[in-house]
Design a binder for this molecule. Structure first.
Ligand code: MF3
Ligand code: CO
Length: 248
């Protein structure tokens, strides 16, 4: 069952979501060569508690941190560690917060110093695919129109979409129905309705879409060692079009 949110509830979600966006902005501004992802996680925890909100991921199914930090060939759910960031790395940062009964969730991928051309192209294509997916979140469309929009754009750029992880509904729970794959055929699945709030999150690999989870039980990496990028917004569907809630 997809839980619809009232306009008032969406206003409340916007607070949680803007906290997510603010925390991610501070974290991104703190990224540079030599910084560790443990330090970035601490910054995220300090910034979220300053805003009287709770981190959404720490303790979720046993996840051991508040900020997911997925480096280079890591796809999602990377665990912060003490390796200093290096020139040429790309880093995906995924953060969620809980405030006033609701969750917000967002992610970005950033280049560290000077990165390869293909890395920049991968990051740009993934971000653009999220923008196009948001623009497909219209009441006259169906769920798979979001999914197929991501897949078509990404594959036309020569990259592949991850199958093993998906976006999700979000609200009083971090993960709600529906699941939102980043691939599919257009015009299938539930009709999109005003009041749906969706965490749309394309995860895109440079080479094959195949991933595996490391023995830590969390870190998902590309099977072929290629790079991976991830962008995510929490988006409300309204009669006046999609509204991105995870903006500063
Ligand atoms: N944005 C990711 C998701 O929606 C992050 C979850 S990390 C976890 O699945 F630790 F909470 F699982
Ligand atoms: Co998410």
């Amino acid at each position: 069952m997809i839980v619809l949110k009232s306009l008032k509830e969406i206003q409340r979600m916007k607070v949680a979501c803007s906290i997510v966006a603010e925390v991610l902005r501070v974290v991104v501004e703190s990224v540079s060569v030599g910084v560790t992802t443990i330090e970035l996680n601490s910054i995220a925890e300090k910034e979220v508690s300053k805003r009287k909100a709770k981190p959404a991921f720490r303790g979720y199914s046993g996840y051991p941190a508040s900020l997911c930090c997925s480096l280079n060939n890591q796809v999602v759910h990377g665990i912060p560690d003490s390796r200093p960031l290096q020139n040429g790395d790309i880093l995906s940062l995924d953060f969620g917060a809980y405030y006033d009964g609701f969750y917000g969730d967002a992610a970005v991928t950033v280049p560290i110093g000077k990165v390869s051309g293909v890395a920049l192209k991968l990051i740009a294509a993934t971000e653009k695919s999220l923008q196009l997916a948001v623009e497909a979140a219209l009441v006259q469309n169906r769920l798979s129109d979001i999914s197929s929009t991501v897949q078509a754009y990404i594959e036309s750029n020569g990259f592949s979409v991850v199958r093993d992880f998906v976006g999700h509904g979000i609200g009083r729970n971090l993960h709600e129905s529906p699941q939102i794959p980043n691939y599919g055929i257009p015009d299938t699945g539930p009709k999109l309705r005003a009041g749906m709030v969706l965490a749309i999150e394309p995860m895109v690999n440079e080479k094959s879409h195949e991933v595996k989870v490391l023995s830590d039980g969390w870190t998902a990496v590309t099977l072929d060692g290629g790079l991976s990028a991830h962008f995510e917004h929490t988006v409300a569907i309204t009669d006046n079009g999609p509204e991105i809630l995870t903006l500063v």
